[in-house]
Structure formats: structure tokens, C-alpha cells
Write a protein that binds this ligand. Sequence first.
Ligand SMILES: Nc1ncnc2c1ncn2[C@@H]1O[C@H](COP(=O)(O)OP(=O)(O)OP(=O)(O)O)[C@@H](O)[C@H]1O
Length: 341
Amino acid sequence: MSGFELTTPEPISEAELVFEGALRPKSLDEFVGQAKVRGQLQLLLQAAGIQGRTADHILLAGPPGLGKTTLAMIVAHESDKPLRMSSGPAIQHAGDLAAVLSSLVPGEVLFIDEIHRMARSAEEMLYLAMEDFRIDIMVGKGAGATSVPLDLAPFTLVGATTRSGMLPNPLRDRFGFTAHLEFYDESELEQVLFRAARMLNFDIDRAGLAEIAGRCRGTPRIANRLLRRVRDYVLVHGGAADLSAVKAALTLYDVDELGLDRLDRAVMEIMLTRFGGGPVGLNTLAVSVGEEAETIESVVEPFLVRIGLITRTPRGRVATPQAFAHFGAPNPQGSFLPGVL
Ligand SMILES: Nc1ncnc2c1ncn2[C@@H]1O[C@H](COP(=O)(O)OP(=O)(O)OP(=O)(O)O)[C@@H](O)[C@H]1O
């Protein structure tokens, strides 16, 4: 397995999904970090509980692996209601959505992951469903077609997206609350890791946990994955699970001190060498590294911006002086930020 796969924020195997399931916090109290979002969700769920109604629809936005699915499960758990899971790519026709919506029980929480990838016709059906708990079903074809209204049980929609900018306004406006999930800071990631190590019965010291926390791209899913690789390393090589074991394991898997993976490094190297630090347009960058523009925009770029290696300007992406320093590349603009100053 390469460092790229290790630090990719998406789940990479069936086994990992099972492992993730076991580690998922079950309640808002157990959920580490995202203090603001937790407080906002708590209020929303409590108010709905007091009034005995279903909670407003919730949109969870942010890069992969930060806990959107976990939060959807928590919403259902805290409301004491069942959870139905679906995803945008699985809803390619309005009929797919109608089948799901018409079988919901009162109060059910419907989670639609990657909601920005749902078919347009289904999206339009969802507007009415979210607002009035009703859909119109078309019966027949051509001139004889009629629309038959169908009442739905009240439900709470939890939508998740890595690209909230791609959601049409009418859909975005129908969510009562949008939570923007942020990358986690190192002390929060240490708590995530501490909890996971305890659940795995893995006796690793604090310095080791802190090192993993600094190399996991601010992402709990990656933190848990790196922890498993360190556990493998100690299992095979023996000795204590400490800082030096963590460093050796992560060096073996090619995860650098900043947690950059192969794709991050490819993007940075192209920006620094071929484009002299930029500005470079998103599509040019994507073509240069042979990746989808969507992956660069929703996975690579947010992290590189967050750790201060690139900035976004109206003219394109620009490498910062820290980026030149980190990669040891000569900066053609001296200490100035091209395109910014
Ligand atoms: N705040 C948290 N506290 C503890 N563990 C967390 C937290 N957030 C996420 N995790 C863990 O990280 C893993 C990934 O979380 P989750 O699947 O919810 O992410 P996601 O944002 O839905 O990602 P994707 O959009 O790629 O599905 C899970 O194993 C979960 O247990």
C-alpha cells in the first residue's frame, strides 16, 4: 500500500468500513471536536424533542473523513429514530427517490451522502418532499399523464456534501441548518486516537499519538488508519509503541511530517517547478497531475490551504513562501507571494 492510499480521506476497503463502524462515536457527547457544530446540533435536536416534532433538515458540508456519516447516525440515535442511508449516486431517477421517501416511517432520519450527485429530476422531487412532506408521482405517459399527490411521513433529511457550492440554491435553502465541518486540530485528533487506541486495546504512548495526530491531514479517518498501521508495525517488530515506532512505521508508509501524500506532493511540485509558484488555474493543475478537478478542489486543496502551503487568489492557486521552504525549491519572487502582493 502506498502513502497515497494511506492518507486518502476516503475509506479504502471493506475491512476498513467495518473497523470504522466499531469506532464511531454513538452520541454527541462522545463526538470529539467540532464544538460549534455539536452545540448547534444539540440545540436543534433538543428543541425538536421539546415540541415533539421531527428535527429540521440538516446539511453537513466539508471534506471527506471528518465525521459526516457519524453525525448523521448520531442525529438518528439522539432523536431515538431509525436511520435510512442512501447516496446521491444511487439516486439516478426520481423513481429511486420516490421509493425511498414513500417507505419512510414517521420521524425517520434519511441520510443522503454526496447529495450533490443526485439526479436533477430527483432533486426537484426532494424540494416538495422536504417542504410539505409530499411528492407528486407521474402516472402514465404523454398527453394522458397525470400527477398523483402522495403524502409522506414527516422525516428529517440529513444531506452530506464535500461540495456545498454545487448544490442548487433551492435545495440548499430548504435545509434548516448547515453545519460546516472543519479539519481537526492536533489536540482533538489526539483525543480521537486515544479513544480508538483504548478500544483496540493498543498500548501506545502519548508522544506516539501526538506524532500520528500531526501527520493525518486533520482527518479522523486518516488518524485511525495510521494508528492501525503503527499497530501492525509494533506487532511485527516488537518493542514499545512509542515515538520512534510511530516515526519508523510512518516513514515506511511514506507519510511525511505534514501528512502530505503522493497527490499533495505532485500538486505542490508542479506548482513550484513548472509554474514557478503560480498563479495556476484549477483545471490546469488537475490536468498536469492527471486527476479530476473535483478531487483537487474538494480533497487536496482544502488541506493545502489549511496548512498554509497554497492560497487561492482570483487569478488562480498560488504557492506560499512556506511551500518553497518546505520543498526546498528556489522562490523566483524572493519572499513575496506572487499574485498576492
Ligand atoms: N469527531 C469524531 N470523533 C471520533 N471519531 C471520529 C470523529 N469524526 C470521525 N470519526 C471517525 O472517523 C471515521 C470517518 O468518519 P465518517 O465516516 O463519519 O466521515 P465522513 O465525513 O462521513 O466521510 P465521508 O464523507 O468520506 O463518508 C469513522 O471511523 C469515525 O469513527
